[in-house]
Design a protein around this ligand. Structure first.
Ligand SMILES: [Zn+2]
Length: 384
């Protein structure tokens, strides 16, 4: 899967951080070049070369602004329903709004999911109007408006395909959810359909790519569009499977608090011993890889083997643990009552493997990914 953390911050829209993933630059260049080089010259011969490029770049930028508007529509409806939105990221397959929680009721989910495609349809309609009034008057603007009207309608229709996690899949799930009252079951159904949609795209894409090699692909499909379809299908299948695992985890961790899944016994070391003392007196004897650095029970930092490896061996004698540890103010900590699922989500987000559990300013335990996975495995094994 694409790691959404590899993105540039561009500021905020309606208070929501807006980011560009590095893969976005690839798609931006592809869209701009294909518009300026192929689409517009084929439809409107006789423009100056500069006109093609300026129109192409402006169209491409407006296209991505349309994608942003689509994600904003989801986000604003989410916020109205009391669900915070962490960020909106544009990436190679379009846009994604990081909405922190799932909706609690099918009605809210239906509105949130439908808002995006509805917004794209409205934008498409507006560009159609612009095209209507500029056609035959200002050709580059008419060309731009026509293409944007088309692409926004395509965007709305594509997103309404009923495979989870596409908008259509969410609409579909909210409807089954409302009918059956069973969130988990309706998610399972929507995910299966989503995987089916993914495989269908992969199958069609490969078929189109092969046929194009023999010059027999239908609908003017090329090798490139065949491969692109395959790529999108692969992404959809992946996203559907990932959301399935998430639902399974969510369900299994549901109702557990940090204090129930943490390890209460953890190795703690004082901050003022040297690295050599730590290695000889603690690591060799206990075999632990991770230590809390605590000053009379108060957590001041955390120390892993990586921290130790950053110090060359000759300096072990002269270096104190507190100089190489990760200090507590740079550390994510969990509260005893915090929901186990939210801890797992935070670990995934920050790409960390352990979080101390802190009550007041005292460390009372440690949660590692292993703890959480152990809980999950037990629950699955016992079938509870
Ligand atoms: Zn959407």
């Amino acid at each position: 899967m694409l790691k959404m953390s590899r993105a540039f911050n561009l500021g905020k829209v309606f208070g929501i951080p807006f980011r560009l993933h590095y893969t976005w630059f690839i798609i931006f260049i592809l869209v701009t070049v294909s518009l300026s080089w192929q689409v517009f010259p084929a439809l409107y011969p006789g423009w100056a070369s500069l006109t093609y490029w300026v129109t192409g770049i402006v169209t491409s930028l407006l296209f991505f602004a349309s994608v942003l508007a689509h994600e904003l529509a989801h986000s604003l409806i989410a916020r109205i329903n009391g669900i915070p939105v962490k960020s909106i990221t544009l990436f190679i397959f379009g846009g994604v709004a990081q909405i922190t929680r799932e909706a609690a009721r099918p009605g809210a989910e239906l509105k949130m999911a439908a808002a995006g495609p509805a917004c794209s349809l409205v934008i498409g309609g507006l560009f159609a109007l612009v095209w209507f009034f500029t056609e035959g008057v200002i050709e580059p603007i008419a060309a731009l408006a026509f293409w944007l009207a088309q692409i926004n309608v395509v965007l709305a229709i594509f997103n309404l395909i009923p495979g989870f996690p596409l908008d259509g899949g969410r609409v579909f799930r909210s409807l089954i959810w409302r009918l059956t009252g069973n969130y988990k079951r309706s998610t399972q159904i929507a995910v299966r359909v989503g995987q089916g949609v993914g495989y269908t795209f992969i199958g069609l894409g490969i078929t189109a790519a092969l046929l194009s090699l023999f010059g027999r692909a239908p609908f003017g499909l090329t090798l490139f569009s065949g491969l692109w379809l395959t790529f999108i299908g692969w992404f959809l299948e992946n996203a559907a499977s990932a959301s399935y695992h998430q639902v399974k985890w969510r369900d299994a961790l549901h109702g557990f608090s940090a204090s129930q899944v943490m390890t209460a016994v953890y190795p703690a070391v004082p901050p003022n011993i040297t690295v050599r003392e730590l290695v000889q007196g603690y690591i060799f004897t206990s075999g632990h890889h991770l230590f809390m650095v605590a000053d009379e029970g108060r957590l001041v930092g955390i120390l892993t083997l990586d921290n130790i490896k950053s110090v060359p061996q000759p300096s072990w004698e002269a270096t104190q643990v507190k100089e190489v540890m990760t200090p507590v103010d740079k550390l994510r900590v969990a509260h005893p009552d915090q929901d186990a699922l939210s801890i797992l989500e935070q670990m995934e987000e920050d790409d960390i493997n352990q979080m101390p559990v802190v009550s007041g300013d005292r460390v009372i335990g440690l949660i590692t990914r292993d703890n959480l996975i152990r809980v999950l495995r037990l629950r699955f094994e016992l079938g509870v």
